[in-house]
Design a binder for this molecule. Structure first.
Ligand code: NDP
Length: 476
């Protein structure tokens, strides 16, 4: 075979990824379960580079030079397993299978084990940036063996997004590390989107501003610290006018958010690892609440509000407060997400470089943002940084906005504007910086009803009090 890389699965993502490889001068083997997609790719885009189209998987595999590099870009779950089973008997020792779909990382760990037994390399790789990114440069998060990265890495780095000439692709870590990091990326994306939505709601309810006016505020914000893809598209969306009604486009969209599951996976894993990712969790639950139609129908106009009308005296000062609160909440969400990566890295032995994660998220992906540079710098200053929020840059940047953050969360509570991500982020901030939390009482309660023991502030060891007896304390 002569093709340097192959792509099987040519729906929107696979098609664009294959074109991206071809545009970078690679000879690309292409295959899809139903041949029509393969044919239309070659018919529509054959002139963009060199494609070798095959109708059968066997011909596809035979068209690749060794060690073969096969990118699977099919529907995640069962379809990925089906394609892997089809590939196994056709491949040879040392070939590399790359799953670039949105796999759940435990599946990736399982698949890597199975392929290793066949002498094959399996690279579970996160790919972010949607169809646009796949074509013009995504952020790529490949896991698997380091050995496979020596031949595969340069090709992936070549087609990835670049920021200041640096590729948005790096080796992440063994087995499920790549898909894990992609999962957390998506979780952070949920938090980021929810925070932006809350800021929009605050501006709408606090100022009575129109969608177009709020769009202009976001456009202004996009020239500063908050500069990011999500803020940019928010400004764009808010400015858009519905052709059918002439109304602001956002005002004719139903307020029920959907999800495909990566946010839920992130939260489930955080519960398993015991990492508080309140921003991502609130964002996931906020989507669920928006879709809780029977509950919302039962509550609207029924639950007493006792709110005051929001009486904003200084428009510009309010806008600046919302901006500062958004920035601070966003830092909390990222700080929590990076904690989750650190915890999983320790749990699974992945040795993930968090600074490098922030670096490869600067371009190509949905959460690309100016401030990711600050995160990379923070982990360069201290690769073992226990808390992103405690980095000297972020203590300053968030510290500047704490008073505004409190005003906004308090105002929202008094005026009945739901800001679950803003307020839980502030609660996390106050919780993590508290000298003493009320967990002492929890420990006493646990010892009372379950003899779960407790530690004392003044002596080493664990203790139990005979609550139902004479209340003597014994060392355990
Ligand atoms: P889809 O997830 O819609 O999957 C469609 C593709 O899967 C088609 O090529 C289809 O083949 C193939 N397929 C489905 N079932 C099977 C099967 N049993 N055996 C063989 N092939 C099968 O495509 P997308 O391009 O949207 O996404 C591909 C992957 O990329 C997914 O894992 C997705 O989660 C992930 N992803 C998607 C992003 C996006 O923005 N869309 C962003 C990042 C990742 P056929 O044509 O024959 O039906």
């Amino acid at each position: 075979g002569t093709a340097q890389i192959g792509v099987t699965g040519l729906a929107v993502m696979g098609r664009n990824l294959a074109r991206n490889f071809a545009r970078h001068g690679y000879t690309v083997a292409v295959h899809n379960r139903s041949n029509s997609k393969t044919q239309s790719l070659v018919a529509d885009h054959g002139h963009e580079g060199t494609f070798v189209a095959s109708e059968s998987m066997a011909d596809f595999v035979a068209s690749l030079e060794r060690p073969r590099k096969v990118v699977i870009m099919v529907k995640a779950g069962g379809p990925t397993d089906a394609v892997i089973q089809e590939l196994i008997p056709l491949l040879e020792q040392g070939d590399i299978v790359i799953d670039a779909g949105n796999a759940h990382f435990p599946d990736t760990i399982r698949r890597e084990n199975e392929l290793k037994a066949h002498g094959l390399h399996f690279v579970g790789s996160g790919v972010s940036g949607g169809e646009e990114g796949a074509l013009n440069g995504p952020s790529i998060m490949p896991g698997g063996s380091r050995e496979s990265y020596t031949t595969l890495g340069p090709i992936l780095e070549d087609i990835s997004a670049k920021v200041d000439g640096v590729p948005c692709c790096t080796y992440i870590g063994p087995d499920g590390a790549g898909h894990f990091v992609k999962m957390v990326h998506n979780g952070i994306e949920y938090a980021d989107m929810q925070l932006i939505a809350e800021a929009y709601d605050l501006l709408k309810q606090g100022l009575g501003a129109s969608a177009a006016e709020i769009g202009q505020i976001f456009a202004d914000w996009n020239t500063g610290d908050l500069e990011s893809f999500l803020i940019e598209i928010t400004a764009d969306v808010l400015a858009h006018v519905d052709a059918a009604t002439g109304q602001a486009f956002v005002d004719v969209i139903e307020d029920r958010a959907e999800q495909k599951g990566t946010g839920r996976w992130t939260v489930q894993n955080a519960l398993d690892l015991g990492v508080p990712i309140t921003g991502i969790a609130e964002a996931t639950f906020a989507r669920a609440l928006s879709g809780s139609v029977p509950q919302r129908t039962a509550a609207v106009g029924v639950l007493p509000a006792h709110t005051a009308d929001w009486d904003v005296k200084d428009r510009d000062a309010f806008i600046e407060d919302v901006r500062l609160a958004l920035y601070a909440s966003k830092v909390v969400a990222y700080s929590q997400g990076f904690d989750q990566i650190a915890a999983a890295s320790a749990e699974f032995g992945w040795d993930i470089d968090r600074g490098a994660m922030a670096r490869i998220w600067r371009g190509g992906c949905i959460i690309r943002a100016r401030f990711l540079n600050r995160i990379t710098e923070a982990y360069e200053r201290n690769p073992q940084l226990p808390l992103l929020l405690a980095d000297e840059y972020f203590t300053g940047a968030v510290g500047n906005g704490v008073a505004a953050w409190r005003r906004i969360v308090a105002g929202a509570a008094q005026n009945g504007v739901p800001v679950p991500a803003f307020s839980s982020s502030l609660a996390y901030y106050d919780g993590v910086r508290a000298e003493r939390l009320p967990a002492n009482l929890i420990q006493a309660q646990r010892d009372f009803f379950g003899a779960h023991t407790y530690r004392r502030v003044d002596r080493a060891g664990t203790f139990h009090t005979e609550w139902t007896g004479d209340r003597t304390e014994t060392a355990q």
